[in-house]
Design a protein around this ligand. Structure first.
Ligand code: ATP
Length: 343
């Protein structure tokens, strides 16, 4: 396997202004993140709201500057480039290679533009194609995501949520990217539509040789689509493991807690929302000492309150966990890995 993207010691600090009590405070949204995305894999980033998933995605494409650390990108034909050091002009070609898909297709698609122009816009911005060639590429991409070319003259409001997400995907794919960062790409959709869009993403991955970073708060969805899962808590990576290993036997108590909250195995039969997670997430600007999770961890010992655990391989395997007791805790896994046939 070859790394397409490597995040090294990445941190992001927001300096808060405004309110009387927040003046001069810092909020560490990402704390020394390390991860690798292999070519062709789907790497999921999971965690509760506010743990830093979106910030990480935005830092990777440099939509937000990092406070420290590196994002090395290693495309086929080029060498190793640190995206964090590039100027606005220098990063432009990499923005073609790395595309994002967003949660809410309604707010990410300009309501005043026709579908054709929405999908054509990235080609125009990057001055890649014109005239007939541009037209052909737009229609071809729309067809790939299951949108009829006849619909290209309509506006976003004429489409359902699932169709709008397909248009968002077409807009991302029209530039032939190598890496797609999907940020809660199916969260706003009904469960049955989610399955269709996930299947589409899976098919497109094969067809276009894509690599995905799939950001989600929903482990049920992640189990279906991801090869590997990175679990984040309060801006830290607490576990990083191949999907099957993580579901069979989590090595971090936070992962166990997320798995416990999953309703049932098959995402098509899931009803309602996940069970509520226990405990309150501490405010990021006032992070607990020691292990960031110890205030909610039912296994916490004195050591956890005093000393921050490093992310490390458990028993020398591909499963990494940041827990002092990763080797000895007998944590509960979840259901068997689902089959791909959920549509
Ligand atoms: N521009 C900003 N200025 C200050 N704080 C920010 C900014 N952007 C994000 N944050 C804070 O950084 C933390 C991480 O936010 P982020 O949106 O990355 O989390 P998330 O895991 O993606 O959550 P969600 O699923 O709710 O989007 C949050 O506490 C958020 O309030």
């Amino acid at each position: 396997m070859t790394a397409l993207l490597t995040v090294e010691n990445l941190s992001k600090v927001f300096h808060l202004g405004g309110g009387l009590f927040r003046q001069g405070r810092e909020l560490v949204a990402l704390n020394d993140i390390n991860l690798t995305v292999e070519k062709g894999e789907t790497l999921a980033i999971v965690g509760e709201s506010g743990c830093g998933k979106t910030t990480l995605g935005r830092c990777i494409i440099k939509a937000q500057p990092v406070s420290s650390g590196h994002v090395f990108y290693n495309p086929d034909e080029g060498g190793h480039v640190d995206l964090t050091t590039l100027s606005k002009r220098e990063i432009k070609p990499y923005r073609r290679d790395i595309r994002m898909i967003f949660q809410d297709p309604m707010s990410s698609l300009n309501p005043n533009m026709r579908i054709f122009d929405i999908v054509a816009e990235p080609l125009r911005v990057h001055k890649l194609l014109r005239g007939r060639e541009l037209e052909a590429r737009v229609y071809e991409t729309l067809a790939k995501v299951g949108i009829s070319p006849d619909a290209a003259g309509r506006y976003p409001h004429a489409f359902s949520g699932g169709q709008r997400q397909r248009i968002g995907i077409a807009r991302a794919l029209v530039l032939n990217p190598k890496l797609v960062i999907a940020d809660e790409a199916v969260s706003a959709l009904d469960v049955s539509i989610q399955a269709q869009v996930l299947n589409l993403l899976d098919d497109l991955k094969e067809e276009f040789g894509l690599t995905y970073i799939f950001i989600s708060h929903d482990l049920g969805v992640v189990n279906y689509i991801a090869d590997r899962v990175v679990v984040m808590y309060l801006g830290h990576v607490v576990e990083n493991a191949p999907t099957e290993m993580l579901f069979e036997r989590p090595r971090h108590p936070y992962t166990e807690m997320l798995l416990e909250a999953l309703p049932i195995a098959d995402p098509t039969r899931r009803k309602g929302r996940n069970k509520e997670l226990k405990g309150e997430i501490p405010y990021l600007g006032n992070r607990p000492k020691g292990c960031p999770f110890h205030t909610r961890c039912k296994y916490a010992a004195d050591r956890c309150r005093a000393e921050k655990p490093e992310l490390r391989p458990v028993h020398g395997t591909a499963q990494l966990a940041a827990c002092h007791f990763a080797e000895t805790l007998d944590l509960k896994g979840a259901y068997e890995a689902p089959t791909k046939a959920i549509a």
